[in-house]
Design a protein around this ligand. Sequence first.
Ligand code: TXA
Ligand code: MG
Length: 346
Amino acid sequence: MSFGKKIPILASANRANVESVGDDTIIRAADLLCAGKLVAFPTETVYGLGADAENVDAVMQIYAIKGRPEHHPLIVHLAAPEDILFWADNVTEKAQRLLRRFAPGPITLILPRATHVNTVVTSGQDTIGVRIPAHPAARQLLQAFKKRGGHGIAAPSANRFGHISPTTAQHVADDFGNRIAMILDGGEADVGIESTVIALTMARPALLRPGSIPLHELEETLDEKLFLPSDTAQDKIPRASGTLPSHYAPDTATCLVDSQNLMQEYARLLTQGKRVATLAYSIVPPCPEHMKAVLPADAALYAHRLYAALRALDVTDADVILIEAVPDTTEWFAVCDRLKRATTAK
Ligand code: TXA
Ligand code: MG
C-alpha cells in the first residue's frame, strides 16, 4: 500500500490560460514557445508540457515547475521523422523500421544524441528521446513551431513529478494553474497512457516503458525479442522516470487487490473506520457513488479512462483507493505496469 500526502488542487476554478485548439491559438502557442515560454498541449497519449528544446532556460523551467529531478531526460517532440537527424547522430535501421510502422504515433525512440545538442534536455546523457506525435493539434503546433525556425519541442507529461499524467486540459490546470503561459485544450487524450519507450542504443533493443502498442507488434517489426524491464540486467538499461517503482501515483494511499479478495479487503478497511474508494472493472464494492469508478473490461478502453478515474477518486475524502488488479495477460501489460507504479510506496 502506498501512503502519499494529499496536495491541494491548485486552481480548478482558474482556467484563464486554457484555450481551445484553433488556427489562432496554435499560432499564439508557437509564438509563446519561440519566446521561451511553456505551453501545455494535447497528444494522443497524454498532455505534454512543452518548451523550445533548444532554449536552455525554457527547458530548465520545465524541471522547476514539475519539481522533476534534473537527471530525468525529456522527450523531444518533432513534426516529421526527417527532423530526428538534427537531434540524433544515427537513426539505426531498427529505428527506421519502427518509424515506418508506428510514426506518427505513441512511440518514443531513444537514440545516440547528436554532439551539438545541449545536454540539459538529455540530463547529461549521450542519448536522446524523440517522438512524432499523431494528435492533429500537436502536429499543427510542431509544424507552426518548425516554420518559425524551431527544431523540436521538449515535453514531459504535464503533471507534477510522480503524479498522475493528465489526459485533459483541466488536469493540467489542476496541477499547474496559471503557472504556464498557455494550456491548449484539444479534448480528452485518446490513448490515455504514456508512449511506448524503446532504447536503440544497446546491443539489443530494450523496452523502457510499455505503452499501447502490443509487444508482439514491436517484436515483429524489429524481427527480434525486446529486452524487457523485467529482465535481470535491468540495472544496465538507461534510467527512465516512468520506470521508477513509484510513479503515476495519486496522493491518496492506494492498494492493489486481486478480484477475489476485493470485497473482503473493502470490508476489513471499513471496520478500521477507513473511508474507502474503489477503482474496479469486474466487481464493485458498495462504495458511495462518487467514491467508485467502474472501468471497461477492455484494456484499451480501460487505459483511456484510467488517469481521469484515478484523479477523480484522489480528490474525494477517501483515506484509501482500492484498485482491482487487472488480468495478467499481454493486452493488459502496460495498464498493469501503471497500476503497480501507482500503488508502490513513495
Ligand atoms: O506519451 C508520452 O511519452 C508523453 C507525451 C507528452 O509525449 N510524454 C512523457 O514524457 O510521458 P515523460 O517525461 O513524462 O516521460 C518520458 C520518459 C521518461 O521515463 C524518461 O526518463 C524517458 O522517457 N526518456 C526520455 N529521454 C530518455 C533518454 N535519453 N534515455 C532514457 N530514457 C529517456
Ligand atoms: Mg511523466
